[in-house]
Write a protein of this length. Structure first.
Lengths: 158, 146
């Protein structure tokens, strides 16, 4: 096997962050039931901005990552396990793509160009929720798996 | 509001079902059936001597945290159990073997008997309990102090 980065991130961080994100996305879906769609669209935007930070700075660079380090990790036993941050960083970009598309299409729907603002929010938040929930509750990182497959089929230059 | 709540609860249920199904498949031994051909791997193909009781041939890829965890589990078990060997091969470097074995996800662990016949495989991360269970099922118990 080729040598790995020895530096790495605590693998529990992305899972806790995904749990926080999953709760917010579920709330986004519930909020579409209000008489105004704006609260749900605002919350979806908040989640998308979080993914944007994560896509650029890695999962530790999000506010959810900050919550993990300051609030959750001090209460956990120490672990020497570390994981390569590149796959979960790519997973953040996948989350950004889904929720970002929801926000953009939602705004387009809000100004009346296309109908179905609530449906757009539910679909985008729903897809992102399933991925975030699977990650936090079951340790299945969809974006990480996509990253692995991508690198196998189109290896980048070292 | 009812529709929104139904959507939320429905998504939670679907996601839980998906996750439960996925986790149930991980590390579970799928034994070669009697009517299936018993492919045999050679020392030359896997690049190292086979174990006298069982060999774990782990096909891994580079950006794969479950591969790292599985490698630690199987290497530790191989060190503990005489006659067992753990070999980790990168699918990037062994593309032909990966294709021959129809490796679709990593890690995939192919279990060999002492002659190198494939007697089963495990897909996904393998826990220590699953590894010990597979060893017991395939190679029988080796009486050793706990």
């Amino acid at each position: 096997m080729s040598p790995q980065n020895t530096a790495g991130i605590d693998p529990r961080g992305p899972r806790v962050s995904a749990g926080i994100t999953a709760v917010l996305l579920l709330a986004t879906i519930v909020l579409t039931g209000l008489s105004s769609p704006w609260p749900s669209l605002v919350l979806l935007t908040v989640v998308a901005v979080g993914f944007a930070f994560g896509a650029v700075r890695g999962p530790s660079g999000t506010w959810q990552g900050w919550v993990f380090r300051r609030v959750v990790r001090p209460r956990l036993a120490a672990t020497s396990e570390r994981e390569d941050p590149r796959p979960p960083t790519f997973a953040q970009a996948v989350g950004l793509a889904i929720t970002g598309a929801g926000v953009v299409l939602g705004l387009v729907a809000a100004v009346g160009i296309v109908p179905g603002l609530r449906v757009i929010i539910v679909v985008a938040a729903g897809l992102a929720f399933v991925a975030a929930f699977l990650n936090s509750a079951f340790g299945f990182c969809l974006g990480c798996e996509m990253y692995g497959l991508l690198r196998r089929w189109r290896p980048a230059a070292p | 509001m009812t529709a929104a709540l139904v959507a939320a609860v429905g998504l939670l249920a679907v996601a839980t079902a998906l996750g439960t199904w996925w986790r149930a498949r991980n590390g579970v031994l799928v034994a070669t059936q009697p009517d299936e051909p018993r492919t045999q791997l050679t020392t030359a193909q896997v690049g190292a001597p086979l174990g006298s009781r069982l060999t774990w041939v782990q096909m891994s890829s580079e950006y794969c945290a479950p591969c790292r965890r599985t490698a630690r589990v199987l290497a530790a078990l191989a060190a503990d159990e005489p006659g067992t060997a753990h070999l980790e091969l990168a699918v990037e470097e062994h593309a032909d073997l990966a294709r021959q074995l129809h490796v679709l996800r990593t890690p995939t662990v192919v279990v060999l008997d002492p002659e190198g016949h494939i007697v089963g495989r495990l897909s996904g991360a393998v826990t220590p309990a699953q590894a010990r269970g597979t060893l017991a099922m395939i190679a029988g118990r080796h009486d050793a102090p706990a």
